[in-house]
Ligand binder design. Structure first.
Ligand code: CAO
Length: 583
């Protein structure tokens, strides 16, 4: 075991850079090249990779610190000192006698796009000119991956607009357009490896343009490889400034700004306009280091949706993690961004009078989510009717002695459960769910019915299984037990899952009708209101009949009005004459 000091490597001329993110904690096991911290100069941000593998024992810098070349930043306990590369023990900020810039300049001189063709065709009559789009000097990296393609053929771009994002082992970089014009073709795809000098497309540059010499590309591009020996790039003298169409974005980091062992990931202070076509560049102004970009890609998260909390809006690891957590919990009442539903504006109610703020509990928050989801996803229609339950009520009364003997009370609910089970059997589309992609429905061969229960903590919906196979006595007992469990918060998750249909009964509370919200992915719900004596026309006179108001809400994607009419008519028929349950 050896304790090694890991120092800030050569900053290639920059006096001081700011620590804007620390990616490791004491005790973390790290591998060589793992990003230890993110540093930022006035022109660029970059990850500082680990030069030693082992366990982080101490961190000597904090976010906000200004550090310069050679500052002792971390102590890493390594297991085998001999196995570490020479640069691992960074006692000296300059690992070799040769300054990294010189070394890189030499190397780049041999492999720069100065020798890389940036083909330009002669100008046409209108002064337009075809220009090949060439991968610039990658500063020694063999090949890098295309991780994003930002534009398409036909897009109009301004000089400096991002064409693609390239990523090496340690850094990502934008490949900017070297001139303004129209993209004729792009021959790259995400995941493809490219290397210095590759032709990846062509563009037509509007108007008379000066030649865009290879050196212009070479000079302005940052290196993408992280090794000190491969820092950028061609010496300025290799370019012919007088001939250049100056590339906008890349100039923010010149070879002299090169940071050995670290590479630029994003220009600062230069707002990158998107291509001038209708398409917007979703990555405009995204500000994040390679490690964070990698994390976002692992999670499949679009960085443009994340608000950065780091300095100057930089997206840090925690922002990505918090974003993913929030999406997983999905506790927000607000619809997802981009759903097109304008949010209800937040109002400061205290300006109108006294207000008490009450936090919602978990059940209430879950209701917020599920109701919003159902309301936004299900095109609701509600059908109303009255069931004549005069005979049913008379029968129920005759059972009073038996209820007492069994210590089991029969309310209208268990009869409704059984009648609904029979109606579901007769109308199978009501016992279905639709696939989210809208291409198919699933017809369920089982019959589980949820009952909405009003509890002090909020609305809960326990599910009674196999309703069609149970007696009215069983259903009465089970619904009472489940309702009691719901009120005591003793329901298990499994007891609230697997429902096919829901009954929401407000009969014991009052009201003549309401429009219940479908409990998606179910496709229908029955609202039950207060049973009362109402005048019913029998063909020659009004008769006082016990009637039960019913409201059937359904998902019009799956169920048509005629289906609902049949369901309701059947249900009312069974409730009017429960002998039909035998049929
Ligand atoms: N019309 C008139 N009276 C009714 C009735 C109706 N439709 N339904 C039930 N009643 C009567 C019962 O017969 C009982 O009367 P007695 O005490 O005289 O015997 C009384 O109302 C109380 O019944 P209950 O509530 O104990 O039992 P239930 O089987 O009818 O209902 C349950 C059980 C769990 C559904 C109910 O207690 C409940 O929580 N309802 C609220 C559901 C809800 O909140 N829905 C809205 C969801 S969307 O916001």
């Amino acid at each position: 075991m050896t304790l090694k000091a890991v120092n800030v490597p050569d900053l290639g001329g920059a006096d001081e850079v700011e620590v804007i993110e620390i990616n490791v904690a004491v005790g973390d096991r790290i591998a060589i090249d793992d990003p230890l911290m993110a540093l930022e100069s006035d022109k660029a941000s970059m990850d500082m990779p680990a030069s030693a593998a082992g366990v982080v024992k101490a961190i000597h810098v904090r976010v906000g610190d200004k550090v310069s070349t050679g500052v002792h930043a971390f102590d890493v306990e390594t297991e085998d000192a001999a196995a570490e590369p020479a640069s691992a023990t960074t006692e000296s900020p300059q690992p070799s006698n040769q300054a990294p810039n010189e070394s890189s300049a030499n190397q780049s001189a041999a492999a720069t796009p100065a020798e890389t063709p940036v083909e330009t065709a002669p100008q046409d009559a209108a002064g337009s000119q075809r220009m090949d789009i060439i991968v610039p000097d990658l500063g020694g990296a063999d090949s890098v991956e295309v991780v994003e393609v930002l534009i398409a053929s036909g897009d109009t771009v301004a000089e400096g607009d991002g064409i693609a994002v390239l990523e090496g082992d340690k850094a990502s970089m934008d490949l900017p357009a070297m001139a303004s014009g129209v993209i004729d073709e792009l021959t790259i795809a995400v995941g493809q490896q490219v290397k210095t000098g590759d032709r990846i497309g062509s563009m037509t540059v509007a108007g008379a343009v000066k030649a865009v010499p290879a050196a212009a590309v070479t000079k302005s591009e940052p290196a993408i490889s992280g090794a000190p020996s491969s820092a950028p790039a061609a010496p300025e003298s290799s370019a012919s400034p007088a001939e250049m169409t100056p590339p906008t974005a890349p100039q923010s980091l010149r070879p002299d700004d090169g940071i050995a062992g670290i590479t630029r990931v994003h220009e600062q202070g230069q707002k990158r306009a998107g291509p001038q076509s209708q398409k917007t560049n979703p990555r405009a102004d995204i500000y994040a280091g390679p490690a964070v970009r990698g994390l976002a890609r692992d999670f499949g998260v679009e960085l443009s949706l994340i608000q950065g909390s780091g300095p100057r809006g930089r997206i840090v690891k925690e922002d990505v993690q918090n974003f993913v957590k929030a999406r997983l919990n999905n506790t927000s009442a607000a619809p997802a961004a981009g759903s097109g539903v304008p949010p209800v504006p937040e109002v400061d109610f205290s300006q109108f009078g006294e207000v008490e703020e009450v936090a919602l509990n978990g059940i209430q928050k879950a209701t917020v989510t599920s109701m919003s989801r159902s309301w936004l996803n299900v095109p609701h229609v509600t059908q109303f009717d009255y069931a004549d339950v005069t005979e049913l009520e008379a029968f129920r009364k005759t059972l009073k002695p038996e209820m007492d003997a069994r210590k089991n009370k029969l309310t209208p609910l268990p009869f409704l459960l059984l009648a609904v089970a029979r109606a579901l059997r007769e109308n199978p589309r009501f016992n279905s769910s639709i696939h989210p992609d809208g291409t198919r429905i699933f017809l369920k061969k089982y019959c589980n019915i949820g009952i909405a229960v009003d509890t002090p903590n909020g609305l809960m919906v326990p599910v009674i299984r196999d309703v069609d196979q149970k007696s009215v006595w069983d259903l009465a007992e089970e619904s009472r037990e489940l309702a009691a469990k719901a009120r005591d918060r003793k329901l298990k998750p499994a007891e609230m899952q697997g429902g096919c249909f829901t009954i929401s009964s407000l009969g014991n509370i009052g009201g003549e009708g309401f429009t219940p919200i479908v409990n998606a992915p179910e496709v229908a719900i029955l609202g039950v209101s207060k049973l009362d004596v109402r005048p019913v026309w029998d063909g020659s006179s009004f008769q006082p009949r016990q009637t039960l108001p019913l409201s059937l809400s359904y998902d019009h994607k799956v169920i048509n009005g005629a289906d609902a009419g049949r369901f309701m008519t059947y249900l009312c028929g069974v409730l009017a004459d429960i002998r039909r349950l035998l049929l």
